[in-house]
Design a binder for this molecule. Structure first.
Ligand SMILES: [Zn+2]
Length: 471
C-alpha cells in the first residue's frame, strides 16, 4: 500500500454513507475502557455472589446505596435537587431515586430491572422420608428446563417466618464449609426408557426432590428416623419445627459462584444473570449520579419471572405510591409526571448461539460483545404481549447512546414463532410512561449457569448512565 490516501470509489463512498454496519464491541472500545470494564465486572461478580435471591439482592443494594449517600424516604419530607432516597417493598423489591434539578412535572428517567431469578421453591410441607433418605419437595419458580436442575450442587436460601413474628434467615451452602444439596437423576445404565422421552418430559416437576439427609437418629426405634434427625439439626440451628415450613420462603439455587469464562476471561458464567446483570447496571448507574437534570429512578422489581404479579411485582401499586410520594413533595400530580417520563426496561435478551442457530434470525439477533441490546418490542407470535416502543422513542435513545459512546445493537429474542417472552416494559407502558426494552444478551438464559460477555455488561451500565443523564 502506498502512503498517499487512496481515493474512495463511488461504491465505497455509498457503502460508508448508506449501509448499517455492525462491528464487534472490542473494535469500538475507547481508551481506558478495558480497565474500566474489568473493574466494573469485578463489582458485578461480588453482587452476584452476595445476592442469590431477591431478598439478598435488596440487602446488598441497601448496603451499596447507603454508602453512596441514599436514605430511606420518609413520606411528607421535603425534597431538593440532588437528594438521594430509596424505599424497600417488603424486603423483596426496592426503588431508588436521585432528585433532579427540574420538577417532577417534567417527568423522570426510569430504569427498571428485576432481581428475582428462576429457581426451585420449597413447598409449604416439603420434608419427607422415603426408604431411609430425607428429601424436600419443590415447586419450580419461573421458566426452567427441568432436566438442567438435576445432578448439580444446590444451596438453600430464604426465610422462615415464625408465629411469634420473628423471621429467621436461612442460608446453607454459601459458606466455604457449608454442606450442599442435590437432586438425583438416573444412571445411563438404567436410563434406556427415560432417554426416549422428549426433553420436557424426561424429568417431571414432582421428581425435583432435593436430597437433604441419610443418617438415622441414633438410639431410636420409631419411624422416619432420618427425617427426624434432619429436623433436629434444623431446630438446633434455626429454632424451627416442621410446622414452620408453612410460613417459610425457602428456595434452592445453584451452588455456583460467578466465574470468568474463557481463556481470555472475556465472559462471566453465573447463576442469576437474568436479570441481576441489568439490575446491577441500573443500580451502579444511579449510585454514581450527582445532580441530574431530571429525577432518576432505579426500580429493582420482584416476580418478573412469574408475570410481574403480586404485591412486590411491577404490576403492584407500590411503585406508583413511591412515585406519588415524591411528586407530592413537589406538588405535582403523579399522572403529569408519568406522561412526561421515560423508562428503559432493563432486562436480558437472548444472545445468538451458533450451536442452536436454527432458532435465531441472524440479521435481527443480539450478539455477544456487540453491546447493550435494544428491543423495540418483545412478545410472542404476532407481537402478542409486547410493549412496542414508538419509532420516535427508539430514535431518541439511539441519539442518547451514540452521543455517550455506548456500544449497542438491536435485538430480537429469536425467530418469529420460535417462542417469545416479555419483561416489565408492558406494565410501565400501561402507566402512560414511554418505555423501551434494553439489556444484556445472555447465552443459556434461565439455565442454572448462564453466560454473558463482560463488554455487554459494561456497555449496559454505560447505557443506563446515559439514560439517567438524558436531557
Ligand atoms: Zn428471565
Amino acid at each position: 500500500m502506498s502512503e498517499e490516501k487512496k481515493e474512495q470509489t463511488r461504491g465505497e463512498q455509498l457503502r460508508r454513507a448508506l449501509l448499517y454496519e455492525k462491528k464487534n464491541g472490542y473494535d469500538r472500545l475507547i481508551e481506558g475502557e478495558l480497565e474500566a470494564m474489568e473493574a466494573y465486572c469485578t463489582g458485578y461478580k461480588q453482587f452476584l455472589d452476595a445476592g442469590k435471591t431477591e431478598r439478598e439482592c435488596v440487602d446488598r443494594t441497601i448496603t451499596l446505596a447507603e454508602k453512596a449517600g441514599f436514605r430511606p424516604y420518609v413520606r411528607g419530607t421535603e425534597l431538593k435537587a440532588g437528594d438521594k432516597v430509596y424505599r424497600i417493598n417488603r424486603g423483596k423489591a426496592i426503588t431508588l431515586a436521585v432528585i433532579g434539578k427540574k420538577s417532577l412535572a417534567e417527568g423522570a428517567n426510569i430504569g427498571a430491572a428485576h432481581i428475582d431469578s428462576p429457581r426451585l421453591d420449597l413447598k409449604q410441607n416439603p420434608l419427607y422420608e422415603t426408604d431411609e433418605l430425607a428429601y424436600l419437595k419443590t415447586h419450580y419458580y419461573g421458566g426452567i428446563r427441568k432436566y438442567q436442575w438435576v445432578t448439580i450442587p444446590l444451596e438453600l436460601h430464604g426465610v422462615v417466618a415464625l408465629k411469634s413474628g420473628q423471621t429467621v434467615r436461612v442460608s446453607v451452602g454459601n459458606g466455604p464449609d457449608d454442606p450442599l444439596f442435590t437432586i438425583g437423576d438416573l444412571l445411563p445404565h438404567l436410563g434406556v426408557e427415560q432417554s426416549k422421552k422428549p426433553l420436557g418430559e424426561a424429568i417431571p416437576a414432582e421428581s425435583l426432590n432435593i436430597l437433604v439427609g441419610s443418617r438415622p437418629l441414633e438410639d431410636d426405634e420409631g419411624k422416619e428416623r432420618v427425617k427426624l434427625a434432619a429436623l433436629e439439626l434444623l431446630n438446633r440451628k434455626y429454632g424451627i419445627t416442621e410446622e414452620d415450613f408453612i410460613s417459610a420462603e425457602l428456595c434452592a439455587v445453584p451452588a455456583f459462584n460467578a466465574r470468568d469464562i474463557g481463556f481470555d476471561r472475556s465472559l462471566i458464567g453465573s447463576y442469576g444473570h437474568d436479570d441481576r446483570v441489568c439490575a446491577y447496571a441500573t443500580l451502579t448507574a444511579i449510585l454514581q449520579l450527582n445532580d441530574p437534570e431530571y429525577t432518576a429512578v432505579c426500580m429493582l422489581a420482584d416476580k418478573e419471572e412469574i408475570g410481574s404479579e403480586g404485591v412486590t411485582g411491577m404490576k403492584s401499586a407500590a411503585f406508583d405510591t413511591f412515585m406519588e410520594d415524591l411528586c407530592q413533595a413537589q406538588g405535582v400530580p403523579l399522572r403529569v409526571c408519568f406522561e412526561k417520563s421515560f423508562c428503559l426496561s432493563a432486562d436480558v435478551t437472548a444472545a445468538y448461539d451458533p450451536n442452536f442457530a436454527e432458532v435465531y434470525e441472524k440479521r435481527n439477533s443480539a450478539f455477544v460483545n456487540y453491546g447493550m441490546g435494544l428491543c423495540k418490542y418483545t412478545g410472542a407470535r404476532g407481537k402478542s404481549g409486547a410493549s412496542d416502543a414508538s419509532a420516535e422513542l427508539v430514535a431518541r435513545v439511539r441519539r442518547v447512546l451514540d452521543s455517550a459512546n455506548v456500544v449497542w445493537q438491536m435485538a430480537e429474542l429469536g425467530k418469529v414463532d420460535a417462542g417469545g417472552g416479555g419483561t416489565v416494559a408492558a406494565y410501565m407502558a400501561q402507566r402512560n410512561i414511554d418505555t423501551l426494552d434494553a439489556g444484556v444478551p445472555v447465552l443459556s438464559m434461565h439455565a442454572p449457569f448462564e453466560t454473558v460477555g463482560k463488554l455487554d455488561c459494561y456497555m449496559t451500565f454505560k447505557g443506563m448512565k446515559a439514560i439517567f443523564e438524558m436531557i
